[in-house]
Design a protein around this ligand. Structure first.
Ligand SMILES: [Fe+2]
Length: 196
């Protein structure tokens, strides 16, 4: 992966560099990143580019296409395509911050909170906090350990995601809502993709 940002992301990455040099709390920084994301979600050039992004094969999980990894601040920019009716398990992103924006299609996004006292590491009772249908332009900030799931509607969806670091190398929690069981698994792998 090249250290310099692809042209389509260059201005956005420069804005993120500015945010990472400012003295901000993490929640403030990631809210500011969320406020910048519509510049990508509305980019005609990125919409055109997305037509050529590779889709995963039948039976595979959706792929985090890795467009850029910052050599200094470690954040990554991903594209993610879900086929119609594909979704995620109920999960968290461990200690990392995520801003996820929908560029194409409609999704159902469900946020949960733990209704138990957290004293058992392999058990959680969850309560639904929010259950929403969202469309193009919608942006979520997913703070560390926020429990959530997303499901595509009748058409494929395309998301642009900024993460505080690449996923796939550390365990994330997976929640089995009916049994209450909690397991750990590495998060989604990263697939380098050249946006130029
Ligand atoms: Fe997630």
């Amino acid at each position: 992966m090249k250290a310099s940002a692809p042209i389509l992301l260059r201005e956005f990455v420069e804005q993120l560099h500015t945010l990472f040099t400012e003295h901000l709390r993490d929640d403030e920084r990631w809210e500011r990143i969320a406020a910048l994301l519509p510049s990508l979600l509305n980019s005609p050039d990125l919409h055109a580019s997305a037509k050529a992004w590779p889709e995963h094969a039948a039976g595979e999980r959706p792929r985090n296409l890795l467009f850029y990894e910052d050599p200094v601040y470690r954040f990554v920019i991903n594209g993610l395509i879900k086929k119609p009716h594909e979704g995620t398990p109920v999960h968290d992103h461990a200690h990392t911050w995520t801003v996820s924006g929908l560029m194409e299609g409609e999704e159902r996004v469900v946020l949960y909170r733990r209704a138990d006292d957290g004293s058992q590491p392999d058990f959680a009772r969850l309560e639904t906090l929010e259950d929403r249908r969202v469309g193009p332009g919608h942006v979520d900030v997913i703070a560390p350990y926020v429990i959530h799931e997303e499901h595509a509607g009748d058409r494929r969806t395309v998301s642009i995601i900024v993460r505080s670091e690449r996923t796939g190398s550390f365990p994330q929690n997976m929640f089995h809502v009916i049994s209450g069981k909690v397991t750990q698994a590495p998060g989604a792998g990263q697939f380098p993709y050249n946006l130029e």
